[in-house]
Design a protein. Structure first.
Length: 509
């Protein structure tokens, strides 16, 4: 009998070593990518990846400091890191299923049994061990129970692939959080500086209008101006003054938002950012990069690809339920009614033997579950392709916005120069009595609006550049999938034939 058990044991070990892995092996889809961006001049395309620390190109030390502190204190990043630890632990759980499990047991019992009902106290061998019904007795037990599920059809292997894909996906989730955080900090900082500059322009224009109002009142007292001139000047002063509260509110909200992004209380940065600063200006040319860089850097694309790998592994996990599960069971220990001879050779017991479970009458449920997993894989593939297309759209839109807003800013800058000359000329003509005051007001209003438009355009150019870097996936370093894992992903013939209407990659044994 022992010889037959040994043969069965060796046979199962050999089968496990050379066992098959059911389900489709994962293969990253090959997608066509354009040779260059349609919105960018061809001479701006290079083989260099997008700049990692792109915020340094703005040459703003305050922005650099805010981004560095946000990367260290942001709560969303800390939450993403907690999810990484959970995914890593789940990977450890899945990997541990490959190995035998051993449990230690120990017990002590004292009692007597009924004379009319025989005892069936279980021993390590599963045989009844009756206590004496006429007196109280002890029963000592200590030992080890072992179980090893042999992964003959790759169910555990696919579960490990699934857990690893989820772990890799959690890394890309964290990269996505970092990418969004960097862009959010930069956008809010740009908006803050633009609001401060617009407030400064408003105060300067308000002072100029107040000087004009004073001049009009003096001329009115001298009979050189009318009530209409005074009323128009007062209306202009009040209109400009009414813009101040809204701008101050926008500044305070930007400071509060930046504080939250850094993981601090809303007013923590009020003192630091109170002093106005200039709007950050980046390079006037597009950053280098090709579509292949986008595939390597965008966290959402990498996350969608890992999700596709996970759904592929789930098919194998579901298919493994079609096949029997083989396990080796063993027990070893000591059992005795007396503590004095507990450690004697006679107290030793052991057992070993194979076990098999096969859900024969659950075919409908298992096949339906496989169909569900197969549909989830197709959905993940569609989502992967959609994510790439959306990424291309975001890059093209950002390039177009950066280019067009740059041209817009250049035109506004020339307009400001012209409006400044118009104001000087209008004031000179008014003092000479060659024009009325309404022309002066119109010229001043036009100059004020053009200066505000220029400040907003500066912010729009900088924001478009931030959006472009975010679309290109800059600012985060991706951790590559281990080569050992990539070597497991080989394409099956039925995987590629499935799109042509071929049968699915599974069948009943």
């Amino acid at each position: 009998m022992i010889i037959w058990l040994q043969r069965i044991f060796l046979l199962m070990i050999a089968t496990a070593a050379g066992g098959c892995v059911v389900g489709p092996d994962y293969h990253r889809p090959a997608l066509d990518v354009p040779a260059h961006w349609s919105e960018a001049p061809e001479n701006t395309t290079s083989s260099q990846p997008a700049q990692a620390q792109w915020w340094l190109s703005f040459n703003d030390t305050e922005l650099d400091s805010l981004i560095e502190r946000a990367a260290q204190g942001n709560l969303d990043i800390q939450g993403a890191e907690a999810r990484i630890r959970a995914a890593r632990a789940n990977l450890g759980i899945a990997s541990a299923l490959r190995w035998p499990t051993v449990s230690g047991t120990g017990s002590y019992r004292r009692g007597s049994e009924s004379e009319n009902v025989p005892s069936t106290t279980s021993t390590g061998l599963g045989q009844p061990s009756a206590l004496d019904a006429t007196k109280s007795e002890n029963l000592f037990h200590a030992g080890f129970d072992a179980r090893w599920e042999l992964d003959l059809f790759g169910g555990i292997h696919r579960s490990t692939e699934l857990a690893d894909a989820n772990y890799q996906g959690s890394l890309h989730d964290r990269s996505g959080v970092i990418l969004s955080l960097l862009a959010e900090v930069a956008r809010n900082y740009i908006f803050l500086r633009a609001s401060q500059q617009e407030l400064a322009l408003t105060h300067a224009s308000l002072l100029a209008q107040q000087d004009s109002l004073h001049l009009i009142k003096v001329r009115y007292q001298s009979g050189m101006a009318t009530d209409l001139d005074v009323a128009s000047a007062e209306s202009q002063v009040n209109a400009i003054a009414s813009r101040v509260p809204a701008l101050e509110n926008a500044i305070e909200q930007s400071v509060h938002r930046l504080s939250i992004l850094l993981g601090r209380a809303p007013g923590a940065l009020s003192e630091e950012l109170r002093a106005p600063g200039s709007i950050p200006t980046g390079p006037s040319s597009l950053p280098p990069g090709m579509p292949s860089d986008l595939l390597r850097q965008r966290p959402d694309i990498l996350r969608a690809e890992r999700q596709l790998a996970a759904t592929t592994a789930r098919i194998g996990v579901a298919m493994a339920d079609l096949y029997p599960k083989f396990s080796l069971l063993g027990a070893l220990g000591l059992e005795s009614r007396s503590g004095s001879d507990f450690f004697n050779v006679g107290s030793k017991y052991w057992s070993i033997g194979p076990s098999i479970t096969w859900p024969i009458f659950q075919r409908g449920r298992i096949v339906a579950n496989i169909e569900v997993r197969d549909a989830e894989q197709q959905e993940a593939l569609i989502n992967y392709r959609k994510t790439i297309l959306v990424a291309y759209e975001e890059v093209e839109n950002a390039i177009a916005a950066f280019r067009n807003e740059g041209a817009h800013r250049s035109a506004i800058s020339k307009t400001v120069d012209s409006d400044e000359r118009a104001v000087v000329l209008a004031i000179s003509l008014y003092k000479s009595g060659l024009t009325d005051f309404r022309n002066v007001l119109i010229a001043q209003q036009t100059l004020f609006r053009s200066r505000i438009d220029l400040a907003r355009s500066d912010a729009a150019v900088a924001t478009a550049l931030v959006a472009l870097h975010k679309a290109l996936g800059g600012g985060v370093e991706q951790e590559p999938v281990p080569a050992s894992l990539n070597s497991q992903y080989q394409q099956l013939p039925c995987q590629s034939a499935r799109a042509e209407g071929a049968p699915k990659c599974y069948a009943w044994p």
